[in-house]
Design a protein around this ligand. Structure first.
Ligand code: ZN
Ligand code: ZN
Length: 327
C-alpha cells in the first residue's frame, strides 16, 4: 500500500496528495448478494472481504470519492472532498484515520445520484461540535440541478432559519455554491481551481468531471457514458484534456463499471480503454468498478495492455494515496 512518502522532520507532510476514498460502483464491493446468497463456487472477490482487513484488500470498494490533500503556498493543508456517497462514514472511519486527515475544508459534487451525495448528513461528524450549529459552514460546490435534488432529499440541510417554535437540532452546516456545467466557468474550492468537465452519464443526464492542477494536470471523471465533443476538444485556456490540445494530462482518473460489453450510463472497460487511448494521458487510474474486477489479476492484464499501448493504466483501490505537485 502506498502511503505518504514525503514526511518532513516535524512529522508533517509537506506536499499535496490525492487519496482515493472510494473506487467502487454504486452498490459497492463486496456485493451483498454474493455474501448472503453465495453462489457455488462463491465469488472470490466478495468473499475476500470477510477475511482480509480493508488495508490489505484492494477488492473492498466503497462509492467513488476522491480527497485532495492540497498543501498551499503557505504550507497549510486544505482537504477537498469530491462526492459524499452512501458509504461516506465508512470511508472516514477507514481512511481519515489511516492517512491522518483531520477535517474536510470543502466539498464538490459531481452529480446528485445516491452514491455521490447520500452521505451529506454525516458531514456533521467531521465538523466541529456545536449543539446550536454555531460553526463556520463547510463550502460545497454543485450544479443548480444537484441543488434542487438536495433540497428535496435533505431539506433540513438547506433550510436557512428555524421556523417559529422549531427546536434547534444539530445538522451539518453547509454553504451551498452553485457551479455551471461549463468548461468555460472554472471555480475555486479551498484555494484550488477546478474546471468542470460536463460528460454524459446516460444520454439523458449530465454529470461533472473536474480538471485541476497547474504543473501536474489531473482529470477526474467518475460517472461517464460518453464525452461530448465540447468537453473532449473544448478550448478554455489549458482546459483541453486531449494530448493533442493544450497539454497532455499527467493523470486521468476514469470510470469503468464492467470488464466487458457496454452499459447505458457508465463506461465499461472497452470504452474506458478507448477513451484512454484517445485522450492519451501519461497515466490513468480506473475507478467505479463492480465485483467483476479482481484487483491483482486484472491489473496484470492492464500491465500487458499498458506495455502494448505505451500508456500506464491500472485499477485504483480504496486507500491509495498518491503524492502530487499541485502548486
Ligand atoms: Zn461478488
Ligand atoms: Zn450516477
Amino acid at each position: 500500500m502506498e502511503n505518504a512518502s514525503n514526511i518532513s522532520e516535524n512529522g508533517k507532510c509537506d506536499s499535496s496528495s490525492l487519496i482515493f476514498l472510494g473506487t467502487g460502483c454504486s452498490s459497492a464491493v463486496p456485493n451483498v448478494l454474493c455474501l448472503i446468497q453465495p453462489s457455488n463456487p462463491p465469488c472470490q472477490v466478495c468473499t475476500q472481504s470477510l477475511s482480509l482487513p480493508p488495508q490489505q484488500n484492494p477488492n473492498y470498494r466503497c462509492n467513488t470519492s476522491l480527497l485532495i490533500d492540497y498543501c498551499n503556498d503557505d504550507g497549510q493543508h486544505k482537504y477537498i472532498l469530491i462526492d459524499v456517497g452512501k458509504t461516506f462514514r465508512e470511508q472516514v472511519l477507514r481512511w481519515f484515520t489511516y492517512h491522518q486527515i483531520p477535517q474536510v475544508d470543502s466539498i464538490i459534487l459531481t452529480h446528485e445520484h445516491a452514491d455521490a451525495l447520500l452521505g451529506l448528513d454525516d458531514v456533521r461528524a467531521v465538523q466541529p461540535f456545536s449543539p446550536t450549529n454555531d460553526i463556520q459552514p463547510t463550502q460545497i460546490y454543485l450544479t443548480q440541478y444537484a441543488m434542487d435534488s438536495v433540497a428535496e432529499k435533505f431539506p433540513y440541510l438547506v433550510q436557512k432559519k428555524l421556523k417559529e417554535g422549531q427546536e434547534v437540532r444539530r445538522v451539518a452546516q453547509l454553504e451551498w455554491n452553485i457551479i455551471k456545467s461549463d468548461i468555460e466557468e472554472p471555480f475555486t474550492s479551498s484555494g484550488l481551481q477546478f474546471v468542470p468537465l460536463p460528460v454524459m452519464h446516460g444520454e439523458d443526464y449530465i454529470s461533472l468531471g473536474f480538471l485541476f492542477g497547474a504543473r501536474f494536470r489531473i482529470a477526474y471523471v467518475s460517472d461517464v457514458s460518453r464525452f461530448p465533443a465540447n468537453t473532449e476538444h473544448g478550448s478554455f485556456g489549458s482546459a483541453v484534456i486531449l494530448k493533442t490540445g493544450a497539454g497532455q494530462l499527467d493523470l486521468l482518473i476514469l470510470d469503468t463499471l464492467y470488464k466487458t460489453g457496454s452499459h447505458n450510463t457508465h463506461f465499461c472497460l472497452p470504452q474506458t480503454l478507448d477513451a484512454v487511448k484517445r485522450l492519451c494521458p501519461k497515466r490513468a487510474l480506473l475507478i467505479g468498478m463492480t465485483h467483476e474486477f479482481d484487483h491483482h489479476k486484472d491489473n496484470q492484464a492492464l500491465t500487458e495492455w499498458s506495455r502494448r499501448e505505451g500508456i500506464l493504466v491500472q485499477l485504483a483501490y480504496d486507500g491509495l494515496r498518491i503524492p502530487i505537485d499541485l502548486k
